[in-house]
Design a protein around this ligand. Structure first.
Ligand SMILES: C[S@@+](CC[C@H](N)C(=O)[O-])C[C@H]1O[C@@H](n2cnc3c(N)ncnc32)[C@H](O)[C@@H]1O
Length: 380
């Protein structure tokens, strides 16, 4: 969903990493051939759109981003998001996915982050449904894949599954366009072969032939022309499951100054559309639904709003469940970062608004809702 880390990777490189007890081995990084051009084009767009943004202001934004990198972690955010997504996911849409999961042998998850969807599908007895399922985690963020490769064997072992990191096999590389086995998990119901591939989703799909493509909290990161390219790459008859697709609704309560609160939300949504390095679509959910009915076969759809409030899921009245207080702080920080150089939002007002929201999280009074849609379709 909204807060992707849209690294633009240029050129081809191999990344070697090993962490803790998990030797991950060699990871191939696939790169979108259109990325450099897009980066240049977007830079040009930005300079046209914001001629008055001073160098000092841009420097300050850089400093804010550094502070965010220091104090906030994308890995922790994605882990904290797990329980929020668990509550939000539309059960009817997930049920409609069951027949596909039963027969699928190759699943590609784009924008897979740290692998929480894979964990969920196993924990909720949806995978593996067949004897042997290959599940490919694709993401442009090597750090996220690094975290996934570190977390998954530990998680599997904690659940009593056998997990092994498989050695790199040249033959696989030749046959399957640089996709490499990583982790084999034996759950007792079957074998899951998990592969992690650092690649742009659209580029990766050009050389893949999955039965099922999953993109959770992903499509709103693509602005409309990029979304068209992405859908053009989905193989005919493949099923696409796109849950937690943002659809233009952000509610943060209790109000501070209602007019200013509404202005912050408007500017935040506008930033999603315009941001230079990761332009997205704040109305991706409704566009996806239209696309599914117009160009493909819509199988199921439903709302999947994030609802975060104190007292949910057995938490005490003024506390948030699991790590959701961090999730909220990360959201507030993301909004602050998005609006930090927006001339339409004064610095002092923004700082007051952020301080107020942080206090509300600390006191356990902040309520947050994001409107999202889950869509299941068969590519026509
Ligand atoms: C909001 S996160 C969601 C992660 C995961 N699906 C989840 O729900 O926890 C979006 C992910 O998409 C990745 N991403 C963004 N643009 C991408 C692209 N063009 N190709 C592949 N991954 C991308 C980001 O790096 C990030 O990990």
């Amino acid at each position: 969903m909204l807060f992707g880390k849209g690294n633009v990777l240029v050129g081809e490189m191999n990344v070697l990493f090993g962490k803790g007890n998990v030797l991950v081995g060699e990871m191939n990084v696939l790169v979108g051939e259109r990325d450099p051009a897009r980066a240049t084009e977007l830079q040009t767009d930005r300079s046209k759109e914001r001629p008055n943004v001073s160098r000092r202001r841009r420097n300050r934004r850089g400093a804010l981003r550094s502070a965010m990198q220091r104090d906030y972690s994308q890995e922790r955010y994605l882990a904290a998001k797990r329980t929020v997504d668990d509550r939000a996911l539309n059960a009817d849409v997930l049920d409609a996915l069951r027949p596909t999961l039963r027969s699928a042998t190759t699943v590609v998850e784009v924008g897979a982050g740290i692998g929480t969807m894979l964990q969920r599908l196993v924990e909720w007895d949806r995978l593996p449904a067949g004897d042997d399922v290959t599940y490919v985690l694709v993401d442009v963020d090597v750090d996220a894949l690094d975290a996934a490769a570190e977390r998954l064997p530990t998680w599997a072992a904690e659940r009593g599954y056998e997990a092994a990191v498989e050695p790199f096999d040249e033959a696989d590389d030749a046959d399957e366009g640089a996709v490499r086995d990583r982790i084999r998990i034996e759950t007792g119901d079957g074998t899951l072969r998990v592969r992690a591939v650092a690649a742009d989703a659209t580029t990766f799909l050009a050389g893949a032939d999955p039965d099922l493509v999953i993109g959770c909290a992903f499509l709103d990161l693509l602005r409309p022309p990029a979304a068209d390219e992405f859908f053009d790459r989905l193989p005919a008859d493949c099923v696409g499951y796109f849950p937690i697709t943002f659809d233009g609704g952000t509610v943060i309560e209790p109000p501070t100054d209602p007019d200013f609160d509404a202005h912050v939300v408007d500017r935040y949504h506008e930033d999603m559309r315009r941001r230079r390095d990761e332009p997205g679509d704040p109305h991706a959910g409704r566009r996806l639904l239209t696309r599914a009915t117009r160009d493909h076969d819509l199988v199921a759809a439903g709302g999947s709003d994030w609802v975060v409030a104190p007292g949910l899921d057995g938490a005490v009245a003024d506390a948030y469940p699991a790590d959701e207080a961090y999730f909220l702080r990360h959201i507030v920080e993301t909004i602050r970062g998005a609006l930090a150089d927006d001339p339409a939002v004064g610095d002092e007002r923004l700082a007051e608004w952020v301080a107020d929201r942080r206090t509300a999280v600390d006191e356990g009074s902040l309520v947050y809702v994001a409107h999202q849609l889950d869509v299941l379709l068969r590519v026509g």
